[in-house]
Design a binder for this molecule. Structure first.
Ligand code: MTE
Ligand code: CO
Length: 427
């Protein structure tokens, strides 16, 4: 295997052969990275690791690819004590391990009221009826023949951060903020289907219902349905995952996740809200005076730092990456500020584009260094309406402490002198 390089000749074949040999001089080393040969790696002081000594996996080994086995801890996780059963439950997106603004399909958090239904697309149908001129029944093939659009949107469960209303409770960004994901949806605009059915002039509400055993349903105002809702068939370029409502789900941009009905089977057109369980007993906000706030559909502007965070402590002094995500159900994120001293001083972060409507937006604090000092780091997002993400104390002044849903307060991470990061609440 070891062969002396053929010095002085520029003939391509010889050059190539010489790069595969061991014991090359500096000039050859400079290009060795391109060929990645074991011999050159050894010469460069990298040694010859196990994986360089054998053939790699065959092209038949992974017909549907999985992440590297070295990333096996990057998974959805659940909080054992949170729900009574594993079917009517929730798991969380591993935000600490992701970058950019797109959530990979396999780690999009799941929320089911009766487990993930295994729906046969050949049998499944979508019905539109009620106050319409022409009741319609679509097969999935019918839907796939209609004009479609592709757009990125975040989906956030109204209960995201619900465990954190009174105290800082869970020492993990996955659990405090992981009921959110952001993918590119492809589907048919709901407006198009409603126009096809011919909505009666007095109709101003829809009931949207799922085909899971919960038959989960919600009332949706007509104005929203005609604005930007979508009957989605694809996520991130491939057909929906079963957990996300395969073969068809409703996309309700900016509105609380509960309204994004999965395994969508029925849309009834009517002239009033249905007062469904999920909009009366659940998904309302108990206010300090004992009354419940209802129909709080839009997800308020929010942000969180995903590195550093409890899962990502700081191991090195000097240059480090400070990054996070911001979003608003009312449009695009205009600005994100970062504080290192618990909200006394703020510095503007850089928004990494694209900055899209009702979409997660990635931000970075460029040139950040950590030199072993104790910090209280926070991010504060401002959306295009001018709304500023509040501190928890401000939010509690209005909302009290009895809420579960719609906690969009500023998160504080305490960085200790040893680089550990913990979830804390500043009074
Ligand atoms: N649709 C049906 N049919 N059944 C459900 O249990 N859960 C809702 C919504 N749509 C649900 C549903 C809730 S509360 C949320 S937050 C989102 O779906 C979660 O979507 P995901 O599982 O794709 O994250
Ligand atoms: Co939800």
């Amino acid at each position: 295997m070891a062969e002396k390089p053929n010095k002085g000749k520029n003939q391509p074949d010889l050059q190539r052969r010489s790069l595969i040999g061991a014991g090359l001089g500096g000039a050859a080393l400079a290009t060795s990275g391109l060929l990645g040969s074991a011999g050159n790696a050894k010469a460069a002081g990298l040694g010859v690791p196990e994986w360089s000594q054998y053939l790699g996996a065959s092209v038949d080994d992974a017909p549907y690819g999985m992440p590297s086995p070295h990333e096996e801890t990057v998974i959805r996780r659940s909080v054992e004590w949170l729900t009574a059963t594993r079917e009517s439950s929730i798991n969380f997106t591993p935000l600490y391990a992701l970058d950019g603004f797109v959530t990979p399909n396999g780690v999009c958090f799941e929320r089911h009221h009766a487990g993930a239904a295994d729906v046969d697309p050949a049998e499944h149908k979508l019905m539109i009826h009620g106050m319409v001129d022409r009741p319609l029944l679509f097969t999935m093939d019918d839907l796939l023949r209609l004009p479609r659009v592709s757009k990125f949107f975040f989906l956030e469960c109204a209960a995201n951060g619900g465990m954190e209303w009174r105290n800082a409770q869970l020492n993990s960004v996955q659990f405090t903020h992981g009921m959110v994901h952001c993918v590119q949806y492809t589907g048919v605009p709901l407006k198009l289907l409603l126009e096809e059915a011919g909505v009666k002039p007095k109709a101003d509400w829809l009931l949207v219902e799922g085909g899971d055993s919960a038959g989960m349903n919600r009332s949706l105002p007509m104005a929203k349905a005609l604005d930007d809702c979508m009957v989605a068939l694809f996520m991130n370029g491939e057909r929906l995952r079963m957990e996300q409502g395969y073969p068809v789900r409703l996309v309700v941009p900016g509105f609380e996740g509960n309204m994004w009905v999965k395994w969508l089977r029925r849309i009834e057109v009517g002239d009033g809200a249905w007062q469904a369980r999920e909009e009366t007993s659940k998904y309302t906000d108990l206010m300090p005076d004992g009354r419940a706030r209802r129909f709080t559909w839009e997800m308020d502007c929010k942000s969180v730092i995903t590195n550093p965070c409890p899962e990502n402590p700081l191991h090195h002094k000097g240059a480090n990456v400070l990054t996070g995500l911001a979003w608003s159900g009312r449009g695009s994120v205009k600005r994100v500020d970062v504080s290192l001293d618990g909200g006394r001083n703020w510095r503007e972060a850089r928004l990494e584009g694209p900055v899209l409507q009702k979409c997660l937006t990635r931000f970075y604090l460029d040139g950040w260094e950590w030199n072993g000092e104790e910090l209280y780091i926070q991010s504060r997002a401002i959306d295009e309406t001018g709304y500023v993400q509040p501190q928890m104390t401000e939010l509690q002044k209005v909302r009290g402490v009895n809420s579960i849903y719609h906690n969009n307060s500023i998160q504080t991470w305490h960085v200790t002198k040893t680089g550990e990061v913990e979830n804390v609440r500043l009074a």
